[in-house]
Design a protein around this ligand. Structure first.
Ligand code: C5P
Length: 222
């Protein structure tokens, strides 16, 4: 019988540190990494570039289905072109949560996500990894943090990357995205019933990593 490829899901709101946590777990275990938010960011960036109304789900889904997306260690190539930092800009961040609310777009993105489940294992970072995309994952993490600490982290990240940032705008943008991500009808952001919930407001990323690995060992996954 074929062995099921294990998945660790890391869900949570923007800026909770889940992207960093997922990358660290994947590196520690030598597993593949899926940054599902990048897929919605790519759809938003392509939509903006092609001047498609981001409220038009069917048009965006048609574009998504035709995109050639190749993930690699340092990011992704879309239709042969290297994706730069553009998908991290605020306009694209806001656009991503708008396009992600369309069921047609989510359906088009689903296949791309499932294909990333390859041996020896996958660490999948997003909003609905544990609830919808990989509901059979043996270990589901839900990483939360206060709105203020998330805004501050995002602010520092953007500055570190040499991008412009404004703390008040980031706070307002995060609040709006939280509402959109938690309030939508399809795949809303929420912990899976069997999720291991960590609040990282006053924890370092190393402490969160240690807690996660300890739990993975305790359940016999690693
Ligand atoms: O995680 P990141 O901030 O890159 O995600 C960008 C946006 O994509 C989120 O605000 C959310 O609306 C959407 N998203 C989603 N489902 C996922 C991952 C991201 O709806 N699994």
């Amino acid at each position: 019988m074929q062995k099921v490829v294990p998945v660790i899901t890391v869900d949570g709101p923007s800026g909770s540190g889940k992207g960093t946590l997922a990358a660290l777990i994947a590196r520690e275990l030598g597993w593949h990494l899926l940054d599902s938010g990048a897929l919605y960011r790519i759809v938003a960036a392509v939509g903006i570039e092609r001047q498609i109304d981001l409220n038009k789900g069917a048009a965006l889904a048609a574009v998504t289905a035709g995109l050639d997306i190749q993930f690699h260690d340092n990011g992704a190539r879309v239709d042969g072109k290297e994706l730069g930092l553009r998908i991290r800009e605020e306009a694209v961040s806001a656009g991503a949560s708008i396009v992600a609310a369309h069921p047609d777009v989510r359906h088009a993105v689903l296949d791309l996500q499932l294909k990333q489940r390859r041996p020896p294992g996958l660490v999948a970072d997003g909003r609905d990894m544990g609830t919808v995309v990989f509901p059979d994952a043996p270990f589901k993490i839900y990483l939360d943090a206060s709105l203020e600490s998330r805004a501050e982290r995002r602010y520092k990240q953007l500055l570190d990357k040499g991008l412009a940032a404004n703390l008040h705008r980031l706070l307002a943008g995060l609040r709006e995205r939280d509402q959109r991500d938690k309030g939508r009808t399809v795949s809303p952001l929420k912990p899976a019933p069997d999720a291991f919930i960590i609040d990282s407001t006053s924890l370092s990323i190393q402490a969160v990593l240690a807690l996660s690995l300890e739990r993975a060992r305790a359940i016999g996954l690693i």
